[in-house]
Design a protein around this ligand. Structure first.
Ligand code: B12
Length: 224
């Protein structure tokens, strides 16, 4: 069923995409403000506008209908749009639980992981986002420093799977009880077999599934 938020986004989507492809950051910002004023929540904005538009940018680029420069600019503008709503992301209630999100070595796609960290913040978790191409030693250091409840690893490109497996081998050996979530487009057409052998590792296919995982973790912690 289509919600009112989806209908509002649908109404402006083509305009937003056109502005994004034209490299018109100011116009994109106005449309985002328009939606925010109309009551569209960040979750719908992230999935229904930012992610959807970038997926379409990817298709246009893949089919050589836009240049790499246009794609780069669209990505940079989207990063600015995330900054625009930054204050609200970090305005949530308690911060009892925390999650580290990182992209493994070799993985340059960082917007998805960053959005996931933001959505965790909106759920009342502290979301530490380490960015693209995080090496295993850096990841281990962050775990030592932050002692997160959960670690999330983002993978967009299937050929980076060996880097993910390396990270999982080391992390699961050192922290066997630490829940690790993996997600991203590398798993869109399979690839989950590579992570199935680890008892503490789960593939998360959607933001709803992620919410459920966070909630289940909170409930377990409350009972303990
Ligand atoms: C921007 C972009 C780039 C930028 C990235 C810059 C940056 N700062 O991030 C640059 C230019 C670096 C780039 C490079 C490449 N890219 Co590129 N890129 C894209 C593009 C257009 C957008 C990516 C994006 O931000 N999407 C939006 C985010 C929000 O979506 P998302 O990543 O899927 O994240 C969501 C979910 O997957 C999930 N999720 C993600 N991570 C996690 C983690 C956890 C724990 C959980 C629970 C959930 C989760 O939640 C997120 C929010 O809903 C995509 C198109 C597309 N379909 O996405 C291509 C795309 C991903 N790229 C592609 C390719 C092929 C490449 C290159 C190999 C191109 C080349 N020949 O050099 C290189 C590889 C670089 C590398 N080593 O990583 C292909 C990948 C195909 C595939 N899966 O194999 C795509 C799909 C384009 C296409 N249609 O062909 N790219």
């Amino acid at each position: 069923m289509q919600t009112a938020e989806h209908a509002l986004i649908e109404h402006v989507y083509e305009r937003y995409l056109a502005a994004l492809l034209a490299g018109d950051r100011a116009r994109c910002g106005e449309i985002v403000e328009e939606l925010r004023t109309a009551g569209v929540g960040l979750r719908d904005l992230y999935g229904g506008l930012f992610q959807r538009a970038l997926y379409q940018v990817g298709e246009l680029w893949e089919n050589q209908r836009i240049s790499v420069a246009v794609e780069h600019l669209a990505t940079a503008i989207t990063e600015r749009m995330l900054t625009l709503v930054h204050a609200e992301v970090f305005s949530g209630p308690s911060r009892e639980h925390s999650i580290i999100i990182a992209c493994v070595g070799g993985e340059y796609h960082q917007l998805g992981g960053r959005m996931v960290a933001d959505l965790c913040e909106l759920q009342g978790w502290r979301g530490y986002f380490l960015g693209a191409g995080t090496s295993v030693p850096d990841l281990l250091q962050a775990i030592e420093d932050r002692r997160p409840d959960i670690v999330g690893l983002s993978l967009s490109i299937y050929f980076n799977m060996p880097a993910l497996v390396d990270a999982l081998d080391v992390m699961t050996a050192r922290y066997p009880d630490l829940p690790i979530l993996v997600g991203g487009q590398a798993f869109r057409w399979g690839g989950t077999a590579a992570v199935e052998g680890y008892p503490s590792v789960s593939y998360i296919a959607s933001m709803d599934e992620l919410d459920q995982r966070l909630l289940a973790h909170e409930q377990r912690a409350t009972r303990a």
